[in-house]
Design a protein around this ligand. Structure first.
Ligand SMILES: Cc1cc2nc3c(=O)[nH]c(=O)nc-3n(C[C@H](O)[C@H](O)[C@H](O)COP(=O)(O)OP(=O)(O)OC[C@H]3O[C@@H](n4cnc5c(N)ncnc54)[C@H](O)[C@@H]3O)c2cc1C
Ligand code: FES
Length: 277
C-alpha cells in the first residue's frame, strides 16, 4: 500500500475573515467537504499553505472543543502572510498537521490559571483559553493579562469581553506608555511591569505566557522574582520551521526540535536549552 505523502496538505476553504487590528487577521476555515475531520490539541500548530506562494506555521487559534472549523490568527510579516491577506471568502487554503506537543490542560484541572499574552502572542493562548472556558467548572480562578503596543493593536477585543463575563475570570488589559487613547480605561505599562504591580499570588497557579521574545524574557525574570516555580511557567517558541515534524533540522535548539519536542516548553525546560532560543 502506498504511504501517504506527509507534505500533501488537506484543502480547507476560507469561510469568514475578521480583522483584529490593522495588521492582524483571523481566518475561519471550513473543513474539507469530503467529511474528513481534523483533531488537534490546544498548543499544537499546522503548516498553512497559500497555493502558488508558500506555507508557514501558525498555532491552532481555536480549541479542539470547537473543531467544526479551524481558525488561525496571523500578523502580516512577509510573503505568505501577505498572500493570506489577499484571500477572500471561498478561497482555498492548504493545511498539514497538527504538529508538535500541546498544553497539558488535563493535568491542570483544579488549578488556577494565569494567561499572559502580548501582541500576536495572544493567538497561542486563545485555544487553551477557549478549552478552559468550555470546561469552566474543571478549573479554578482565571486571570488574563493581555498587552499590546497601542489600543489599536489589542486583539480579540470583543471576545475578551465575553471571556471576562465568565464567573471567576478576571481580565486586565494594558498598552505600552504612549499607546493609550483618551478613552482608554485599562492599564498603561509593559506587561511584566503590570504583572508585578498586580502581583497575583503564586500559590497554586500555572502561568501560560506567549508574546514577543523580549516580553517573554522579562516575563520569565519577573515570574522568578515573584516566586513562581519554573515548572509551573509555560510558554511556546516560534522558531523558523520548514517540515514541521522533525525531519529537516530547521528549527532545532541544541538537540531539541522545537517542531516535535515543542513548541510548548516550561521555563524549567528552557533553562536547560542553549541560550540561542
Ligand atoms: C509553531 C509556530 C506557531 C506560530 N504561530 C503563529 C500564529 O499563530 N500567528 C502568527 O502571526 N504567527 C505565528 N508564527 C510565526 C509565523 O509562522 C511567521 O510570522 C510566518 O511564517 C511569516 O511568514 P511570511 O512568509 O509572511 O514572512 P517571511 O516573508 O518569511 O518573513 C518576513 C519577516 O518575518 C521574519 N519571520 C519569519 N518567520 C518568523 C518567525 N517564526 N519568527 C520570527 N520572525 C519570523 C523573517 O525573518 C522576515 O524578517 C508561528 C511560528 C511558529 C514556528
Ligand atoms: S521544522 Fe523540520 S525539524 Fe523542525
Amino acid at each position: 500500500m502506498a504511504m501517504k505523502n506527509p507534505y500533501v496538505p488537506s484543502i480547507l476553504t476560507v469561510d469568514e475573515i475578521r480583522d483584529e487590528t490593522p495588521d492582524v487577521r483571523t481566518l475561519r476555515l471550513r473543513l474539507p467537504s469530503n467529511g474528513s475531520r481534523l483533531s488537534w490539541r490546544a498548543g499544537q500548530f499546522a503548516q498553512f499553505t497559500v497555493f502558488g506562494v508558500g506555507e508557514c506555521p501558525f498555532t491552532f487559534a481555536n480549541s479542539p472543543t470547537r473543531a467544526e472549523y479551524v481558525e488561525c490568527t496571523f500578523k502580516l510579516m512577509g510573503k505568505v502572510t501577505g498572500a493570506l491577506r489577499e484571500l477572500a471568502v471561498g478561497d482555498a487554503v492548504g493545511l498539514r498537521g497538527p504538529y508538535g506537543n500541546f498544553f497539558p490542560l488535563e493535568s491542570w484541572r483544579g488549578r488556577n490559571l494565569i494567561f499572559v499574552g502580548g501582541g500576536i502572542g495572544m493567538a497561542a493562548l486563545r485555544a487553551p483559553l477557549q478549552f478552559v472556558l468550555d470546561h469552566r467548572k474543571d478549573y479554578g480562578e482565571i486571570l488574563i493579562l493581555n498587552g499590546a503596543r497601542t489600543v489599536a493593536d489589542l486583539v480579540y477585543k470583543e471576545e475578551m469581553n465575553e471571556w471576562s463575563a465568565f464567573d471567576g475570570v478576571k481580565l486586565i488589559r494594558t498598552v505600552d506608555p504612549g499607546g493609550e487613547t483618551p478613552e482608554w480605561d485599562g492599564e498603561v505599562g509593559l506587561v511584566p511591569h503590570v504583572f508585578e504591580k498586580i502581583a497575583p499570588t503564586p500559590s497554586d497557579s500555572i502561568v501560560i505566557t506567549c508574546g514577543p521574545p523580549i516580553m517573554i524574557h522579562f516575563m520569565l525574570l519577573t515570574l522568578e522574582k515573584c516566586g513562581y516555580p519554573k515548572e509551573r511557567v509555560v510558554t511556546t517558541l516560534e522558531n523558523k520551521m520548514k517540515c514541521g515534524f522533525g525531519k529537516c533540522g530547521r528549527c532545532n535548539v541544541g538537540s531539541v526540535y522545537v517542531c516535535k519536542d515543542g513548541p510548548v516548553f516550561t521555563a524549567a525546560q528552557l533553562e536547560r536549552l542553549p541560550k540561542e532560543f
